[in-house]
Design a protein around this ligand. Structure first.
Ligand code: FE2
Ligand code: FE2
Length: 286
């Protein structure tokens, strides 16, 4: 049995939320997707999330939500991060940071019920707004705590540096179903199932049961939001600040909203990814 999971990149502002709402419908009704998750750290006017927007995204059909370095930008989201069963904050923060760090969802297709675990780590390179602890050690620790087999394990690496994301992909190769990057808001062209055999010693013991496929990887899912923008913000404001040094309000842009991300196809008997494709869904596609 094959299960299809859609993972959408950072939802930015109202244009992002609206285009994701239409994309989720299409993914589930027409594209054979059973579960949709998304990074929602930029949903509230470009930065953070509110309880009201969390509810709206639930109603839109999102099954799981992740946060990045903007997790606490809106303080009122903290009780939701502590109690919600569908939302997590990055796992590699201070032990005193509030909120859950690992999601457990279930994909149900016919008589198959497949657990799906999701966690996020933030990178350490060039991350100015949130300093995390070792993302590699955190990933090791969380993977060790997952005992259900088979299960799907999805790992988000929310990071600025391409190198750190690529390294995480290789580090978790053959140990998780998918490693996907977020935070840089530009979809990369490197989605693939990583080859099983690489040079040198493997970074950790294989966890996935043997079988077809392996670990799906992409450096950045891209942004679910207005693409005619600078990473979701108004072009005129960003260019003005960059060219004059005078501060400008980085309001969320509106033009050309698209939901971007990947669909990962999973073999339910092993939890291995057997395929991954990038997706771009505009409002007209709904
Ligand atoms: Fe973001
Ligand atoms: Fe971010």
């Amino acid at each position: 049995m094959r299960i299809r999971i859609a993972i959408l990149g950072d939802i930015v502002g109202t244009p992002g939320r609206q285009v994701v709402a239409s994309a989720v419908k299409r993914l589930k009704r027409e594209m054979g997707v059973q579960v949709v998750i998304a990074n929602v750290e930029n949903a509230a006017n470009g930065s953070g999330l509110t309880p009201d927007l969390h509810k709206k995204l639930q109603l839109a059909g999102l099954d799981g939500m992740t946060m990045g370095d903007h997790a606490y930008r809106k303080k009122q989201i903290v009780p939701t991060l502590e109690r919600g069963s569908d939302i997590i904050r990055p796992a590699n923060l201070s032990a005193k940071a509030k909120g859950k760090v690992c999601l457990r969802l279930v994909a149900e297709v016919e008589e198959v019920k497949l657990p799906i675990y999701v966690f996020t780590v933030v990178g350490r390179l060039f991350m100015n707004t949130m300093q995390g602890t070792d993302p590699f050690a955190t990933a090791d620790r969380l993977i060790e705590q997952i005992h259900e087999r088979p299960s799907v394990i999805l790992v988000e690496v929310h990071a600025e540096a391409t190198s750190e994301k690529v390294a995480m992909g290789w580090y978790l190769n053959e140990r998780v179903t998918a490693v996907f990057g977020t935070h840089t808001h530009i979809q990369t062209a490197d989605a693939r199932v990583l080859p099983r055999e690489i040079e040198g010693p493997r970074s950790g013991a294989s966890v996935l049961p043997l079988g077809e496929g392996g670990t799906a990887y992409i450096t950045d899912l891209g942004m679910s939001g207005p693409q005619d923008s600078v990473l979701g913000r108004r072009v005129d404001r960003v260019v003005s600040q960059m060219t004059t040094a005078m501060p400008a309000a980085f309001d969320v842009a509106e033009g050309n909203p698209e939901a971007r991300g990947v669909i990962v196809e999973v073999e339910s008997s092993t939890g291995r990814a057997v395929g991954v494709e990038t997706i771009v869904l505009g409002p007209e596609d709904a």
